[in-house]
Design a protein around this ligand. Structure first.
Ligand code: ADP
Ligand code: MG
Length: 728
């Protein structure tokens, strides 16, 4: 849109009814008009606002008030109490008085409303502002003043209040409304912002295109977006102030809905485009598969069977599988994934299994070898501990197709690994892998199936935004015979009691994990460290047992041999850092002691706790905490004691830390919303998702006339923010 054209917008506020009908494309481009084209916005203000990321007319429309002031209830000055927020109206009693405090200017006005007097005070103001105030106010003038009340020498005061002059003829009620309060930045005054935004809202809210199809709006009773934008800034005087202040007014609802609806539409679109890709259409060798399942030392749980069914039905389809398998720690995801790998292999393809750590890759390798016994499949492990020639041999056998099942860490997506014919990739513990890596992996084959597994369930709602384009299977059942792990917080003074609990478990021939936050003591901190404590525990506390040590700085070979010894029971107590965090499976371990538990995050604690309770004996998790701990740490430990449900824990973690922290917005591809807050607006997210996906279900190409504005907006937006967010 050309500048002179927007000038007409800005200079002559148009009544909505008079607005020229713009096409959606025109509207979108008009909304991108830079704010310096707005009347009253100069270079300085443009700069200041750009610090708040307000660069265009649209940004300004969506820059919502952080609070609202209720100007509808006028109070008597005599009733005011220090500390309260109040609105009063009265007459200016005497000419404004200027005084000095050193070189600083103070301006005062005395106002009387018939019940008492109030002093309005401005401290340390510029000469320019002083002049404005002086000019603006005179004796007997009627004003409306609002602000926080204070008291000084028995005189009620308001400091830097909001003050408006009302003419005698003005009906005061008309001026008493709900006033928006915007988040400020240096160099921008509240009044200025209110004025400019008012202007923008009055002239431009009416051109915001509506992306939500009529049907959805009717069904969900959504108010028009244009109205929502107007009213969210300048509510009607009969609106409920509490709703506005808690961001739960119908106006907020509509704006938040639109943000989610747009994202979910993008996800639905992405999902649809995957479904149009050609992948590998696997045949399911049913009898071989059931042979494998019945060869297992256990029978699959119902939830495992369901997940496998989902996977099988994906693998049969011609489009690639893109599935997320969520299941709490110990729910048995590995064996389900292994079955999927076998299907691919039996179809003449290779399967890749990626784990987040070497220890875990090694463990998967051992598990798989054991489970596959005589099936006649070549499994290889790629780790950092290979010699150069070992590694070359492994790479060759992958490239030539001699290796069927390839297990490794991130290294599997490195350039040097070339597959002969990759059919499926399993990504274990997805939260350790970024979205980018997922994309990398895909390039390794011609659209292989992808199964992502996670035991750190991202809260469901968050999952809907980050992994919203994946299909999800959930294993919500633990194998039979497991009793939940008992969790207790202990403090330093009970250390001896904790050691005797360990002795009790050891006497029963069970094994024990003791986890530390650090490998070695550092000079700066007083944290206990794994290395020193391992020696101490071996010599002074558990000398009749064997204590092993494993940490991330050990060479891979050494790590693996310690893990093997612990697995075989030669080592009774494993002192470790968080390298044991994910996936390690030692069914005979029945006690885990987490030192400095206050230092760990919730999902980490949950993962660590998942190291026990994997066999038939009752298991215990001791969170050994120091007294010095933050409020958040206190909350985390309480959550751990309260529940062992990984999904609940993830939700709580999310509530304590917020979405940004929870995932690390940037890497995770979490889109940033302008208004919506996932935690607060979960219900709206669910509604929006349902609505968006149902549209794409009924109209996959979004060709129906009623969906045209959505189509156009999607096309426009895909160029912008969403692509940056890694979704486009
Ligand atoms: P996770 O889902 O945390 O990756 P694993 O796949 O490591 O869990 O499985 C945890 C343990 O449960 C393993 O020892 C595995 O052999 C065992 N397991 C898996 N499925 C079953 C089942 N249906 N019945 C009994 N044990 C099972
Ligand atoms: Mg696992």
């Amino acid at each position: 849109m050309k500048i002179h054209k927007i000038k007409t917008f800005a200079d002559k506020p148009l009544k909505p009814a008079l607005t020229p009908a713009l096409s959606i494309e025109q509207s979108i481009s008009a909304l991108k008009t830079p704010i310096n084209n707005i009347k009253g916005v100069g270079t300085k203000l443009t700069e200041a606002l750009s610090r708040k990321n307000i660069k265009t007319v649209e940004d300004m429309l969506y820059y919502l008030p952080r609070d609202y002031i209720d100007m509808r209830k006028i109070q008597n000055i005599s009733m005011l109490k220090p500390g309260m927020f109040a609105v009063i109206t009265g007459k200016v009693l005497s000419p404004g008085r200027t005084s000095f405090l050193g070189s600083k200017k103070i301006f005062e006005l005395l106002i009387n409303d018939g019940t008492g007097t109030l002093k309005a005070k401005w401290f340390n103001i510029s000469s320019a502002y002083l002049n404005i105030l002086r000019k603006k106010h005179c004796v007997n003038q009627k004003v409306i003043v609002s602000g926080f009340v204070s008291e000084f020498r028995f005189q009620k005061e308001m400091h830097h209040p909001d003050i408006d002059v009302v003419s005698e003829s003005d009906n005061i009620d008309k001026n008493l409304k709900i006033v928006p309060v915007y988040p400020l930045t240096e160099g921008v005054h509240q009044k200025t912002l209110q004025k400019i935004i008012r202007h923008v809202v009055e002239t431009c809210a009416c051109i915001v295109p509506d992306l939500v199809p009529e049907k959805v709006k009717t069904m969900l009773n959504l108010i028009p977006i244009q109205k929502a934008l107007k009213k969210v800034h300048f509510p009607s005087s009969d609106d409920r102030i509490e709703d506005l202040r808690s961001f739960s007014s119908p106006y907020h609802y509509r704006i938040v809905f639109d943000e989610f609806f747009l994202l979910q539409s993008v996800l639905a679109l992405k999902k649809r485009s995957v479904s149009l890709e050609t992948g590998i259409q696997f045949k399911i060798p049913t009898s071989k598969l059931s042979g494998f399942v019945s060869s297992l030392p256990f029978s699959l749980t119902g939830a495992q069977k369901n997940a496998l069914e989902d996977i099988i039905s994906d693998m049969k389809k011609s489009c690639p599988m893109n599935r997320l398998l969520q299941g709490d720690v110990g729910s048995g995801k590995t064996v389900v994934a292994l079955a999927a790998c076998l299907i691919s292999i039996w179809n003449g393809f290779q399967s890749a299994f990626m784990a987040p750590t070497e220890i875990l890759a090694e463990q998967h390798y051992r598990t798989v070898k054991a489970l596959l016994g005589g099936i006649g499949i070549t499994t290889i492990l790629i780790t950092g501990s290979h010699t150069k020639s070992e590694k070359q041999g492994a790479l060759d056998s992958i490239r030539l197709g001699m290796a069927n099942l390839i297990i490794g860490t991130h290294s599997l997506i490195q350039e040097s690994v070339r597959f002969h014919k990759l059919g499926i990739t399993i990504v274990d513990e997805q939260h350790k892998f970024g979205v980018m890596q997922r994309a990398e992996l895909k390039k390794k084959g011609t659209n292989p199936d992808i199964l992502v597994m996670t035991a750190t369930p991202i809260p469901r709602t968050l999952g809907l935004t980050v992994y919203g384009d994946l299909d999800v299977s959930i294993i919500n059942e633990l194998p039979p015979g497991r009793t939940p792990v008992q969790t207790k917080v202990f403090h330093e003074n009970r250390r001896q009691a904790v050691y005797s609990m360990a002795h009790k478990e050891l006497e029963k021939d069970n094994q024990v994990f003791i986890v530390y936050p650090l490998v070695e003591a550092s000079e700066k901190s007083d944290l206990m460290d794994a290395t020193r404590m391992a020696t101490h525990l071996q010599q002074d506390i558990f000398n009749e047992y064997k204590v092993g040590l494993v940490h991330g700085r050990m060479p891979a070979k050494e790590k693996n041999s310690v893990m093997k010894e612990f697995q075989s029971g030669n080592i009774n107590i494993l002192v470790a850092t968080t390298v044991v965090e994910v996936g390690i499976d030692i069914p005979n371990a029945s006690l885990i002691i987490i030192e400095h538990a206050e230092r760990f995050g919730l999902s980490q604690l949950h993962q660590l706790r998942g190291r026990v309770g994997r066999g038939d004996s009752d298991s215990i998790c001791i969170l050994l905490a120091q007294y010095k701990k933050s409020g958040d740490a206190e909350k985390r430990l309480a959550v751990m004691e309260k529940t062992s449900d990984g999904f609940r824990i993830a939700e709580e973690d999310f509530n304590i830390r917020g979405p940004g922290e929870f995932l690390g917005t940037r890497q995770s591809g979490m889109p940033d919303f302008r208004v919506a807050r996932i935690g607060r607006d979960i219900n709206i997210l669910l509604e929006a998702r349902k609505a968006a996906f149902s549209i794409f279900e009924n109209d996959p190409e979004i060709r129906l006339p009623e969906n045209q504005s959505l189509r156009k907006i999607l096309l426009e937006k895909r160029k912008g923010r969403f692509e940056l967010a890694g979704i486009g």
